[in-house]
Design a protein around this ligand. Structure first.
Ligand SMILES: [Zn+2]
Length: 250
């Protein structure tokens, strides 16, 4: 077995499988067990011919025949075996097999305490029934000059932690309290109306049911106008800060 092969202790079956591969085929497999759901399995080859395998930890639960299919895949016979391996990958549940890393929750900012806003919104609109925490997001390191992101993510609903994160740029006396209240409402709607797949199999966050729920908020039009102002404010005060990838509100 090559020195670069890793034997993750948490995946004894996959490690055993690697040993078998070497004993049966003389094929050293450099295995890396990942939690990457976008690429559940990737087979590659190093310059020296050694096979590299990046594989989701869910394969640790694969039945024996599937491990034999994996063997065929890695040995270069990708036909039937590959489709069965891919089919198994699709059955691996999305549940957090590993508990998410703990996160520091900071409800009090320099100007605004988020906890009373969360409590009030939860009570008013959801009878206090939504299990959620809230925190100010982390300040991001400064990014390179000259590239301004076109989007700002004001808030995020972190499903795994049942946690709302609010953009730290909104901890500012110029931000109207009603905007923060609306933002918290929007994120609680994500908790109440989770993402779903559309007919094309795409994951939709702001699907029609979500929008219907959000539309119950009074004066939504005003809030949408405010969100544009807040975008400029946050981007101004954080002009040298990092941009965010998605504008959750629109
Ligand atoms: Zn959203």
């Amino acid at each position: 077995m090559s020195n670069s092969s890793r034997f993750p202790r948490e995946t004894p079956r996959l490690s055993r499988w690697c040993v078998d591969m070497f004993q049966k085929h003389g094929q050293a497999v450099d295995i890396t067990v990942t939690e990457n759901r976008r690429s559940m399995i990737r087979v590659g080859k190093k310059a020296g011919g050694q096979v590299t395998l990046r594989i989701h930890h869910g394969f640790e639960q694969a039945p024996d025949p599937l491990l034999r299919d994996l063997e065929a895949v890695v040995s270069g016979n990708r036909t039937d075996a590959w489709s069965r391996v891919a089919a198994f990958a699709r059955t691996i549940p999305a549940e957090a097999a590993h508990a998410p890393a703990p996160v520091r929750v900071r409800t009090r900012g320099r100007h605004v305490d988020l906890q009373p806003i969360l409590d009030e919104v939860n009570q008013t609109f959801f009878q206090g029934k939504i299990e959620a925490r809230i925190t100010w997001g982390q300040q991001r390191p400064q990014r390179r000059r000259g590239r301004k992101s076109a989007t700002v993510q004001f808030g995020v609903w972190d499903v795994a932690r049942k946690l709302i994160r609010i953009h730290p740029g909104l901890d500012d006396p110029r931000v109207p309290p009603e905007f923060l209240r609306y933002l918290v409402y929007h994120e609680l709607c994500h908790a109440a109306s989770p993402p779903r797949r559309d007919a094309e199999g795409r994951n939709r966050i702001h699907h029609p049911d979500f929008k219907a729920l959000e539309a119950r908020y009074p004066d939504l039009k005003h809030m949408e106008r405010l969100s544009k102002e807040m975008f400029r404010l946050v981007r101004g005060t954080h002009g040298k800060g990092r941009g965010f990838s998605d504008m959750n509100l629109l």
